[in-house]
Design a protein around this ligand. Sequence first.
Ligand SMILES: [Zn+2]
Length: 92
Amino acid sequence: MASTRKVPLRKCVGCGEMKPKKELIRVVRCEDGNFVLDATGKKNGRGAYICNSGDCLGKAVKSKGLERSFKQAIPPEVYERLEKEMNEIEAR
Ligand SMILES: [Zn+2]
């Protein structure tokens, strides 16, 4: 059996494209209802993924992709943190 390693793909809530997990930022809703950005992908809770891209963040805000994914309103500071996180990743 040839072992073709499958890269796990996740859908970006901004552009809607399927991408490898490591190219995406995971947004997690913890059990206490708080949202965190999960760089390690290991946190428990319901997660959504978004490309490391300001374009996708803008699209997600407009299309309410995160709201739809979590079926609830997303606090503005979650978007602010995402934006900050993306800027930091770009600066590396
Ligand atoms: Zn995207």
